[in-house]
Design a binder for this molecule. Structure first.
Ligand code: MN
Ligand code: MN
Length: 268
C-alpha cells in the first residue's frame, strides 16, 4: 500500500544558455549519485523515508542533444508527467530549464505561485542577445501572465535593469542585505519552488558557476523551505549545480540534501 504520493524525478542536462561557464548539464547524474551515497540515510528531516518502495519514480534524463526545439521538448515531457498526477522534481541543468518547466506547470496549475531561491533575480529581458539565457527565465515566465506571485529569496545581485523588471512584473524580492531570518511566507493556491544552488553562500556550496558571496547557509535555505506555508507544492527544480567546480563532490552532497528536503516538503 502506498502511503504517500509519488515524486517523479526528471533530469534536464541542459546548459547551452549559461552565460559564463558550462557544467550544469553534468549535474543530474552527480546529484543522483550523491543521493544514493552510502554515507547518509534517505530520511528527510520531516520524517519521510525516501528509500521506501515507489515513493520516487525516476524518469531519467531528457536527451536534448541535437534536439531542434529543446524548449518544446522539455515542456511536453513535463506536461506528460503532470497528466499522470505526479509531483514533479526537475534536476537541471542551468536555470534556463525553469522557463519551459514552469510553462507546462502553469498550464496545469494556474494561477501558479513561485518561490525562487537565487543570488540573482534572473529577470533580464535579454543577456548577450539571448532571451533564453539562464539570466532571463523569470522574465519569460512572468510574461506568460499565468503566475500569481513570484517571491525571490537570497538575492544579492540586483541592478538597475532588473530592479525595473521586478517592479514591472510585481516581483516580491527578499534581498540578502535585509536578511533577518526566514521571511514569513504564505501562499494561497499551488506553489512551485525553484532552487538555484548559488542562492547558497559559496562557502557552503562552491560547486556553482557564479560565486556570489554573502548568501544563505544551507540551514537558512532549509528553514525557509520548512517554514513556508502553502496549500500544495506541485513541483520544484534544483538547478545550477556545476560538477566541474566541485572536484571533491561536496557541493553534490549539498544538492542531494536540498533535493531530499524539497521532496520532504512536497510529500507532506
Ligand atoms: Mn538562477
Ligand atoms: Mn544564480
Amino acid at each position: 500500500m502506498m502511503t504517500h504520493p509519488t515524486v517523479c524525478l526528471l533530469g534536464i542536462p541542459w546548459d547551452v544558455h549559461s552565460s559564463y561557464m558550462t557544467g550544469p548539464a553534468l549535474a543530474p547524474a552527480e546529484i543522483r549519485c550523491a543521493f544514493d551515497c552510502d554515507s547518509a540515510n534517505k530520511w528527510t528531516e520531516s520524517g519521510i523515508d525516501l528509500g521506501q518502495a515507489e515513493i520516487i519514480q525516476d524518469a531519467g534524463d531528457l536527451a536534448l542533444e541535437g534536439d531542434p526545439d529543446p524548449i518544446a521538448r522539455i515542456q511536453s515531457r513535463v506536461a506528460e508527467m503532470l497528466d499522470r498526477n505526479l509531483l514533479l522534481l526537475c534536476l537541471g541543468g542551468d536555470h534556463a530549464v525553469t522557463y519551459p518547466v514552469v510553462k507546462a506547470v502553469s498550464r496545469k496549475h494556474a494561477p501558479l505561485n513561485i518561490l525562487h531561491f537565487d543570488a540573482h533575480p534572473d529577470l533580464y529581458d535579454e543577456l548577450d542577445n539571448d532571451r533564453l539565457s539562464h539570466a532571463c527565465p523569470f522574465a519569460r515566465i512572468m510574461e506568460t501572465g499565468r503566475v500569481a506571485r513570484l517571491v525571490q529569496v537570497g538575492i544579492r545581485c540586483m541592478n538597475g535593469h532588473q530592479k525595473s523588471q521586478a517592479e514591472k512584473f510585481g516581483v516580491e524580492v527578499h534581498e540578502m542585505k535585509d536578511w533577518q531570518g526566514p521571511p514569513a511566507l504564505t501562499f494561497d493556491g499551488p506553489l512551485y519552488i525553484s532552487v538555484d544552488m548559488d542562492a547558497l553562500d559559496p562557502a557552503f556550496a562552491p560547486g556553482v558557476s557564479h560565486w556570489e558571496p554573502g548568501g544563505l547557509s544551507v540551514r537558512e535555505l532549509i528553514q525557509v523551505l520548512q517554514q513556508v506555508k502553502a496549500d500544495r507544492i506541485v513541483g520544484a527544480d534544483l538547478v545550477e549545480y556545476n560538477p566541474r567546480q566541485d572536484p571533491s563532490g561536496r557541493t553534490g552532497m549539498v544538492a542531494a540534501k536540498l533535493m531530499k528536503e524539497l521532496m520532504g516538503r512536497m510529500l507532506v
